[in-house]
Design a protein around this ligand. Structure first.
Ligand code: AMP
Ligand code: ZN
Length: 468
C-alpha cells in the first residue's frame, strides 16, 4: 500500500488525498521547456519541484509515469530559428541537448517520456477534427479556433471572468494576457517563412496549447491523475488544455492540478523578458555548486514565492556542507561498542517527520528541517558516546532514502573527487609524520587550511571538515 499524500489542487481549491485512477500508479504530465534558449533558474525551480514530486511519490510506494513535453514548435522557436537563419530542427536540437545537460547537473531524474511536439502532428490534427465534429471549433482565414462559448466549463481552473468574453473575438498568439478571454487558435494557417505541415486541416502548424493536450492524452490516456506547471501556465495554457481535451472527449481530463510559484528577484518574477535572470550555466561559470542551487530551489515549498539572492545561495551551500561534514565524521568514526548515544527512537522521529512534511502538499522546508535536526543529534552522538553498528545501519538507510527524495546529499561526482584529493593529502601528511618530516606535514596542513579544510587528529586517526 503506498503512503497517503495530500495536495492542494488548483482546480478544486482544496487539499485532497491523492487517489490515482489506477491503484498505486500515478500518471502525470509536466509542461516542459520551450527549447528556444537556455532555461533560467526560475524555470528550474518548477522542474525541480516536479522532480521532488516524482521522487517522493516513488519513495511513498507509487509507480510513476511522467511525461514532459519539449515544445519545439511555437511562436518563440520559429522566431529564434528565423533570426539565426537555421532550420527549426537545428535550432531546437541545440537547446534540447542543453536542457538535458542542465537536468543532469541538477540531479533531475529522467521522466519516462519526453515527446517533441513536431513528432505528434497527426495526433494533434485528429484532436482538432474531434473538436470540430463536436461543435467546439471553427475555421476562419485558414486557421482553426476553439469556440470558448461552446464549452461551459471554460474558466473553472483559473476562475477568469467569462463576462469578458466577446463573441467571435479571436487570439492567434501562443501566449496572451489574462484579459484576453477569446477564442484561441488550435491550428494556425501557414505563413510565409514559417514551418508548415500539409494536413486535412489545411497547410499550417499547431498552436502551443493543442500540443500538450495531444501529447498528454496520447501517452497517459484521456483521463489521468496529475498535471503540473508554473503558476503562469494556469491561464491561458492549462485552461485551454482542459477546454480542448474535455471538449473532444467529454470526459474529465486531469484530476489534480499543481502549480509552482515563481522564483523572484527583488520583488519581480525572474523572466527572460525582464532581463533579471541567471541561467544555470551563468551560475556554474561563477564556480557555484549545482547541488547548492538545487538545495536552494527546493528549500521553499512550491506553493510559496522564493526570492533569489546570492546570500540565499551561500546559505544553501552551507547546508550542503553540513551534510557532507557529518557524513565524513560518520565514515571516520568506528562504531560504538557500548550503548551509543544515538537512539533508534531519533530515527523513528526523523522518518515520521520527514514523511509527514512531504505528505503535507510536499512541504520540503519541513522535510529539510527534520534532516537538520537529525544531523544535530548525530553530531552530538559523535561528540558523546558514539553510534552503534545497528543504529548506524539504520542511519545509513535513512540518509540514502533522504537522498533518493531530495537529491541533496553530497556524494559522487565532483564532491567525491574533491574529497578524494583532500584525503590523498591527509594520507601524505600522515606518512610525513610517521617519517618525522614535520615540516612537510605542517606544509600540508597549511595547504589544506588555505582551502578551508580543518584537520583534527583523534585517537581514531585524522578527521576533517570544511570550515564555515
Ligand atoms: P517555458 O519554457 O517558458 O514554457 O517555461 C518552462 C516552465 O518554467 C513553465 O512551467 C513556467 O511556468 C516555469 N517558469 C517560468 N518562469 C518561472 C519563474 N520565474 N519561476 C518559476 N517557474 C517559472
Ligand atoms: Zn503545456
Amino acid at each position: 500500500m503506498p503512503r497517503e499524500i495530500r495536495f492542494l489542487n488548483t482546480l478544486s481549491r482544496r487539499v485532497e488525498t491523492l487517489d490515482p485512477l489506477e491503484k498505486g500508479h500515478v500518471r502525470m504530465y509536466t509542461c516542459g521547456p520551450t527549447v528556444y534558449n537556455f532555461p533560467h533558474i526560475g524555470n528550474y525551480r518548477t522542474f525541480l519541484f516536479e522532480d521532488v514530486l516524482r521522487r517522493t511519490l516513488k519513495a511513498f510506494g507509487y509507480r510513476v509515469t511522467q511525461v514532459m513535453n519539449l515544445t519545439d514548435i511555437d511562436d518563440k522557436t520559429i522566431k529564434g530559428a528565423a533570426a539565426e537563419g537555421v532550420s527549426l530542427r537545428e535550432f531546437t536540437e541545440r537547446y534540447d541537448a542543453a536542457f538535458f545537460e542542465d537536468l543532469d547537473a541538477l540531479g533531475v531524474e529522467r521522466a519516462e517520456h519526453y515527446p517533441r511536439a513536431t513528432e505528434w502532428i497527426p495526433q494533434m490534427v485528429a484532436l482538432v477534427q474531434r473538436l470540430t465534429e463536436r461543435g467546439h471549433a471553427y475555421v476562419q482565414d485558414g486557421s482553426t479556433y476553439f469556440r470558448i462559448a461552446s464549452f461551459p466549463g471554460y474558466g473553472k481552473l483559473s476562475g477568469i471572468d467569462l463576462a469578458q468574453v466577446r463573441a467571435g473575438a479571436r487570439v492567434d498568439a501562443d501566449e496572451y494576457e489574462k484579459e484576453d478571454v477569446r477564442d484561441f487558435v488550435l491550428w494556425k494557417a501557414s505563413k510565409e517563412g514559417e514551418p508548415s505541415w500539409d494536413t486535412p486541416l489545411g497547410p499550417g502548424r499547431p498552436g502551443w496549447h493543442l500540443e500538450c493536450s495531444a501529447m498528454s492524452m496520447g501517452l497517459l490516456g484521456e483521463s489521468f491523475d496529475v498535471h503540473t506547471g508554473g503558476v503562469d501556465n494556469i491561464f491561458p495554457h492549462h485552461e485551454n488544455e482542459i477546454a480542448q481535451s474535455e471538449g473532444a472527449t467529454g470526459r474529465p481530463f486531469v484530476h489534480t492540478w499543481l502549480h509552482a510559484e515563481h522564483l523572484f528577484v527583488e520583488g519581480q518574477k525572474m523572466a527572460k523578458s525582464l532581463g533579471n535572470f541567471y541561467t544555470l550555466r551563468d551560475l556554474l561559470e561563477k564556480g557555484l555548486d549545482p547541488l547548492a542551487i538545487r538545495y536552494l530551489l527546493i528549500s521553499v515549498p512550491y506553493r510559496q514565492k522564493l526570492n533569489f539572492t546570492f546570500d540565499g545561495l551561500h546559505a544553501a551551500a552551507a547546508g550542503i556542507e553540513r551534510i557532507g561534514n557529518t557524513l565524513r565524521r560518520l565514515a571516520h568514526t568506528p562504531a560504538a561498542t557500548g550503548e551509543g548515544s544515538l537512539h533508534a527512537s531519533a530515527l523513528d522521529e526523523f522518518e515520521a517527520e520527514f514523511d509527514a512534511g512531504l505528505a503535507d502538499d510536499l512541504n520540503t522546508a519541513r522535510a529539510l528541517a527534520a534532516l537538520h535536526n537529525l544531523l544535530t543529534a548525530v553530531n552530538q552522538a559523535l561528540d558523546g558516546g558514539g553510534i552503534t553498528a545497528a543504529v548506524g545501519a539504520r542511519l545509513d538507510a535513512a540518509l540514502a532514502r533522504t537522498d533518493a527524495v531530495l537529491g541533496i546529499v553530497p556524494t559522487g561526482g565532483a564532491a567525491e573527487s574533491a574529497d578524494a584529493e583532500i584525503e590523498g593529502l591527509i594520507a601524505a601528511r600522515v606518512a610525513a609524520r610517521k617519517a618525522r618530516d614535520f615540516a612537510r606535514a605542517d606544509g600540508i596542513r597549511k595547504q589544506l587550511a588555505e582551502r578551508g579544510v580543518v584537520l583534527e587528529d583523534t585517537p581514531h586517526g585524522t578527521v576533517w571538515h570544511r570550515a564555515k
